[in-house]
Design a protein around this ligand. Sequence first.
Ligand code: ATP
Ligand code: MG
Length: 561
Amino acid sequence: MSTENNAPVVSNFIRNIIDEDLASGKHSAIVTRFPPEPNGYLHVGHAKSICLNFGLAEDYQGKCNLRMDDTNPEKESDEFVQSIKDSVEWLGFKWDGNVRFASDYFDALYDYAVELIKSGKAFVCDLNAEEMRAYRGSLTEPGKNSPFRDRSVEENLDLFTRMRNGEFPDGSKTLRLKIDMASGNVNLRDPVIYRIRRAHHHRTGDKWCIYPMYDYTHCISDALEGITHSLCTLEFEDHRPLYDWVLDNITIPCHPRQYEFSRLELLYALTSKRKLQALVTDGLVDGWNDPRMPTIEGMRRRGFSPAGIRLFAQRIGVSKGENIIDMSVLEGAVREMLENESPRVMAVLDPIKVTLTNFDAAVTASRSAPFHPHHPEFGEREVPIAREIWIERDDFAEVPPPKWQRLTAGGEVRLRYSYVIKCDEVIKDADGKVVELKCSIDHDTLGKNPEGRKVKGVIHWVSAEHAIEADVRLYDRLFTEPRPDAVRGDDGEYVDFRQFLNPESLKTVTAFVEDAVLKAAPESRFQFERLGYFVTDRYDHQQGVRAVFNRTVGLRDNWSK
Ligand code: ATP
Ligand code: MG
């Protein structure tokens, strides 16, 4: 990632720690991991974490594991596992060895729990959830010891075995660590490490009716994989003492170090799987991969390129400070990468018919044009002209505003890669709407300036006879509020973020586009000249049959003004 765009490596506190650990000989190589829970599709916040973890492994020639943190069977599925793998690969990263699963370690985790019981550091507790809450205390008051805390090792071993064997109902018992109910850190107040839950697991099926908790599972999984630097977001800072406590109190040869960085928050988007899931479940978007979703699959379908997202991750940096980033930063990075990657063609999204009255097949010539002004290797194509062409409705103004350089009644404009034309007549329907322009070609202007006058404006166009029809989906931001989940009403309560959905976030039009695009494969990115970047839809575009485009982003930021 550092060599891409020849951008210099921007250091951060994590790189500094790694540099020191390598220099001091603490580690000879680094191992990181990306540990998503397969309970949804990955979003742009995960992209930050992926670029960080896999990017560090690449830069330091270390390794990065992909580990599914699958300890909540009810919410997890193979569909989510598959989409997570796809997203990581699509971003251009390669995990070390096979995909790993926390559930691969269920036996080991059980054995460590037995070890903790034997050393008197874990006990089976019969308090129910409500009682447990009452005993836990608060941020200002210490908790109270559970009445079951002093069970003998033999009794705990017997009860834990029977928990595993399914002798007790769900929720009736837990296994807890014996740390300190008076600790200032509530995470250390005898945390639960196992609960009884009869739920079918997407990988272990019905083998287990007890499942380990996240904090307990995570540190041991890291240690079993020989992770050197375990990077997570800031909300886990208070969990670090527990991470270390568990590893210090079991027989395990490796003790990874946890470091926290701030979560990415992207304005005009949501970065919570739970809230994104709500949009999908309520049918407010067209699935997790809707091009308006800030999911990696959504961004992919929208036409964002992996290089653009990686550039974005590089720009937003890694620190412990707030990481609230405007959407324009993401769109800007994407646009910058697309500029050089995308062939350019002409398309008319909102057409008016222009009849070229003096078109003469024997005289009027077409030219060929490069697909990219700075990349001759992209090739060229003929841009055919015909008697009837389409131009963009807003490139014509009957009553032009000051400094207008496009077409107007009696005025002239150049057709891109073609002639200068003059508008001689404006034809309207009964409602006064312009339906056609009759224009004449100045045949002496192909590839040269007209004699004795300047024509400044250049507009895009397509030949009616040669262009193809394409379905074009014009996407815009999904929300009208920069922080849709942080708006409070008069009563001080959060307003439901679904109220701030942008009703204009999707408009579909039938456009006319140069026929070259019909041959493009799905997920081909183009610049439509003067309009923006567009991609052939990954699912609906049918090569050679039917063109379907999604608008990725405009040519410039239209939101910040
Ligand atoms: P969500 O709240 O969306 O469910 P999560 O943190 O619960 O997110 P996980 O699947 O546990 O989702 O996340 C996997 C990894 O991605 C974790 O290491 C987590 O810290 C990181 N991550 C999640 N969201 C962000 C974010 N917004 N910015 C940076 N990293 C993130
Ligand atoms: Mg999580």
